[in-house]
Design a protein around this ligand. Structure first.
Ligand SMILES: NC(=O)C1=CN([C@@H]2O[C@H](COP(=O)(O)OP(=O)(O)OC[C@H]3O[C@@H](n4cnc5c(N)ncnc54)[C@H](O)[C@@H]3O)[C@@H](O)[C@H]2O)C=CC1
Ligand SMILES: O=C(CO)COP(=O)(O)O
Length: 329
């Protein structure tokens, strides 16, 4: 990412003045982020693929373009954006949590490959949109290799209710938010089966080294997984019935089919796609992912929720392995 010095100077000004934002995706998360930015007196254009405004008109002249669409649309959206002349002074942001099934890449990597000279930032944290829409306090991470851009958009989104922290590890931030969705499905199963607080705590705690092992192998920094976009997001999603991924697991544990659970949900639960793509990544990279593997088998319908729990409990006894994940850089 090689933003030219003149562009850097312009980006630095976004910190101190109202900017124009194009928010792509008017689902739950895009709408909540649009609301935050509008309340901060920025000009916001909220674009949806089914709306009347063209993508070209939505992004023309925007200082910041933030994508908050479901993972399944990211590759196509980036291809469309690439055909538009987007100046290098525009900061590109992504708030999607997932892996592209075709390339197994995360959204920020897809954006950065398509726009090598732009600043690409990730916004990710414990951010259940319903709570944010209700004006409850929350914090998030804005991660970008370009620190000037991270700081600029930190100020664009910061408010009394929404505290923004910067990071220089966009991939780690994004992987934390992506991988925890599979864990949230597992915890939803645990809760749906009424396995108790000890089991829930054990599952979340053991999921952390799993997320860190995979996340660091894929390029995230170990410490990022202990912050808001890692452990923070995992705790929010694994302990709230507002989480759609948690609700997927809960419904499956009650004996509902995946189709039924998703239909009742009526909105995106990225953990389902992530579990499938993660299975491929883990096989390809020879990564141990026992919890995510049971979620994958459950989603595929190969095992029941009870069998998934039994498989985890019956694994070979071993030592706790935090040294491995904390020393992996
Ligand atoms: N809702 C939340 O609390 C949070 C959601 N996220 C992430 O944000 C992303 C979007 O989530 P939500 O807004 O909650 O989902 P949603 O289901 O409410 O909305 C999804 C949006 O993506 C758009 N979309 C879907 N496929 C598309 C395609 N092929 N091309 C263009 N647009 C397409 C839909 O039209 C819709 O606007 C997900 O990756 C999710 O994990 C991240 C943090 C919080
Ligand atoms: O990512 C989220 C909270 O940070 C939203 O979680 P769900 O997608 O499970 O609702």
């Amino acid at each position: 990412m090689l933003v030219a010095p003149a562009s850097q100077q312009i980006i630095a000004t976004y910190k101190n003045r109202p900017v124009t934002l194009a928010i792509l995706g008017s689902g739950a998360w895009g709408s909540a982020l649009a609301h935050i930015a509008a309340t901060n007196h920025h000009t916001v254009r909220l674009w949806s693929r089914s709306g009347s405004v063209s993508l070209r008109n939505a992004v023309v002249g925007a200082d910041v373009i933030l994508s908050a669409i479901s993972m399944k649309g990211v590759l196509d959206l980036v291809t469309q954006l690439k055909s538009l002349a987007i100046p290098e002074t525009t900061v590109l942001m992504t708030a999607t949590k997932g892996f592209d099934p075709e390339t197994t890449l995360t959204p920020s990597v897809i954006f950065q490959q398509a726009f090598p000279n732009h600043a690409v930032a990730v916004l990710s944290g414990p951010n259940l949109s319903k709570e944010i829409e209700a004006g409850l306090p929350a914090a998030t991470v804005i991660a970008c290799v370009n620190e000037t851009a991270a700081e600029a958009v930190q100020h664009v989104f910061a408010s009394d209710h929404f505290r923004t922290y910067t990071s220089t590890d966009p991939l780690g931030a994004e992987l934390g938010g992506t991988l925890k969705n599979v864990v949230a499905i597992a915890v939803g199963v645990c809760e749906g089966l009424n396995l108790g607080s000890n089991a829930r705590s054990a599952l979340i705690t053991r999921a952390l080294p799993e997320v860190m092992r995979i996340g660091t192998h894929l390029g995230g920094h170990p410490e990022t997984f202990l912050g808001l976009s890692g452990l923070g997001d995992m705790l929010a999603t694994c302990t709230s019935a507002l989480s759609r991924n948690y609700r997927v697991g809960y419904g499956l544990a009650q004996g509902k089919s995946l189709e039924q659970v998703l239909e009742e949900l009526g909105s995106t639960a990225e953990g389902v796609n992530t579990a499938y793509v993660l299975h491929d990544i883990a096989q390809r990279e020879q990564l141990s992912a026992p919890i995510s593997q049971q979620v994958y088998l459950l989603l595929k319908g190969d095992i029941s929720a009870t069998e998934a729990v039994a498989a985890l409990m019956e694994r070979k006894l071993k030592a706790e392995d935090y040294q491995e994940v904390l020393q992996c850089e």
